[in-house]
Design a protein around this ligand. Structure first.
Ligand code: HEM
Length: 475
């Protein structure tokens, strides 16, 4: 079956010329918008009538996502409450060194595995970097949101080396793979209910549901363990460190007498502690967040950009090759950031961002009734020659002068009231990764002729990217 992103890309070429076209899928009307000038209304905050993400005529309730979590929550009241808690626990971290304190040792650990995998006589190990990035991101998010380590990268390395594996490692690996399965096929959640019983679709839905239940079960185990730890601390008269709380602890303490940031004027139906399933819904959003492997592909095909990246790294780490990447160092990695944005422009991780209108509206010069699903085709806008000279070319320099970029012509994290809550952390993660990986290794594609292998469900993930990682002389 054709990948949804390839299909949208093809439709955009055929019908996207005027910046708007209509799709009808099993009686469901979808308006696809492919021009920067027309997406303004979806990207403004608070007053917008385009807050909901879906028409909710699919299977959100079957997957227990209809009124849980943030990303797909369709219940305005619960979404707002969960978004507030998520934002309060995650957004302030980006101005602290906490993400860097987690990232630096984690990248060093991954680098050591890569060196370990090098066979005698070879100049570097051959690895599938897409598999490593998935594992790295899950290990990172676990530490960031729960303060606890998983052993996902460790499991993978030990498996490759045929070394003994513990039950804990296997559990962590299964958790990571269930996230991947969800990301690779979650599109079926939006299939209109009416198609639920079609044999092919039914099989996919049942498979995804089974996978989700495993994933949910594992998250609930993590939540229960933390509740127990908190209860024991309180019972033994210990003090909860409410100043440096992770997302999981904040969610468990929300609306309890230990909540350090109690919400005033809260809807009475929300003025109670969250259930395990509600906490699980929010934690789920953190783990299904995106990552990026694709920069490596574009850097390998654009030696000029790679050379500039290495020059920037060599300059920034000149005084001390072993210094960690801190907020101050991140500030200096301007070209590294431009590479991340240019990769996202050409091949966005989220290539479609949807909004569902609650009121009649006028968009792109047309009047639309209420309850209409709109899709911002981000990949189409990010690659539209109206806004980008030679859009197919990888030119990170475009992002060195942000004032020259036309409003709304580039989107990596969406916008408005549903904008990505992990955007700052994601940029910290991606910049630190790119800088430290290229500081320590020459990264070469094993097959320069192979096309980029990605697949899209609601997000685009890299399926396979084989590279040789050759340890670099220290700068
Ligand atoms: C490369 C990494 C990432 C990319 C490209 C990305 C992109 C996006 C995009 C495009 C959206 C939709 C925004 C909209 O509808 O306007 C989104 C939503 C969201 N993202 Fe991210 N994201 C990334 C990483 C993260 C991380 C690390 C977290 C948290 C730890 C996170 C948490 C969320 C949440 C909670 C939402 C839902 C917001 C809502 O519906 O109110 N994301 N992300």
């Amino acid at each position: 079956m054709e990948d949804i992103d390839d299909w949208f890309h093809r439709l955009n070429k055929a019908y996207g010329r005027n910046g708007i076209y209509e799709l009808n899928i099993a009686g469901n009307r979808q308006i696809v918008v492919t021009r920067a000038e027309y997406v303004d209304k979806f990207l403004v905050t608070e007053t917008s009538s385009h807050v909901m993400r879906t028409a909710n005529n699919g299977l959100l309730s079957l997957f227990d996502l209809e009124n849980k979590g943030v990303g797909l929550n369709h219940d305005y009241k619960y979404w707002k409450f969960n978004r507030h808690l998520f934002s309060q626990a995650i957004m302030p971290l980006s101005s602290t060194e906490k993400p860097s304190d987690i990232l630096n040792p984690l990248i060093e650990e991954m680098s050591n595995y890569w060196v370990d995998l090098k066979r005698p006589g070879d100049d570097g190990a051959i690895i599938d970097i897409s598999i490593w990035m998935r594992r790295f991101t899950a290990d990172f998010i676990s530490l960031l949101t729960t303060g606890k380590r998983m052993a996902i990268m460790e499991h993978y390395c030990k498996k490759l080396k045929n070394e003994p594996i513990t039950k804990e490692m296997i559990d962590s690996e299964e958790f990571c793979e269930s996230i991947h399965t969800f990301m690779s096929d979650n599109q079926v959640i939006f299939v209109p209910k009416i198609l639920r019983s079609f044999p092919l679709i039914k099989h996919r839905i049942d498979y995804l549901l089974g996978n989700c239940n495993k994933f949910y079960g594992r998250l609930v185990d993590i939540i229960r363990k933390r509740r127990k730890e908190i209860d024991e601390t309180i019972k033994s008269g210990g003090k909860l460190d409410t100043k440096r709380m992770d997302l999981l602890t904040s969610l468990i303490l929300a609306n309890t007498k230990y909540d350090p940031h109690p919400l005033k004027h809260i809807d009475p139906s929300l003025a109670r502690p969250m259930t395990d399933d509600e906490v699980r819904g929010v934690m789920f959003d953190a783990f299904v967040a995106g990552t990026d492997t694709v920069s490596v592909y574009y850097l390998s095909h654009n030696p000029e950009a790679k050379k500039k990246l290495l020059e920037e790294i060599d300059t920034v780490f000149k005084d001390d090759p072993n210094k960690p990447v801190t907020l101050e160092v991140l500030e200096q990695l301007k070209y590294t950031e431009a590479i991340i944005k240019e990769t996202s422009r050409i091949r966005p991780t989220v290539s479609m961002v949807s909004r569902y209108s609650s009121k009649p509206d006028e968009i792109a010069g047309h009047k639309w009734p209420a309850n209409q699903l709109f899709i911002m085709y981000v990949r189409g806008i990010n690659n539209n020659p109206l806004y980008w000279k030679e859009p197919e070319k990888f030119i990170p320099e475009r992002f060195l002068h942000p004032e020259e970029i036309q409003k709304n012509s580039f989107s990596m994290f969406g916008g408005g009231s549903r904008m990505c809550l992990g955007r700052k952390i994601a940029i910290i993660e991606l910049k630190t990764l790119l800088a430290l990986v290229y500081k320590s290794f020459d990264v070469e594609l094993v097959d320069m002729q192979a096309p980029l292998k990605v697949e899209t469900s609601t997000i685009t993930v890299c399926k396979e990217l084989k590279v040789r990682v050759i340890p670099r002389e220290k700068v």
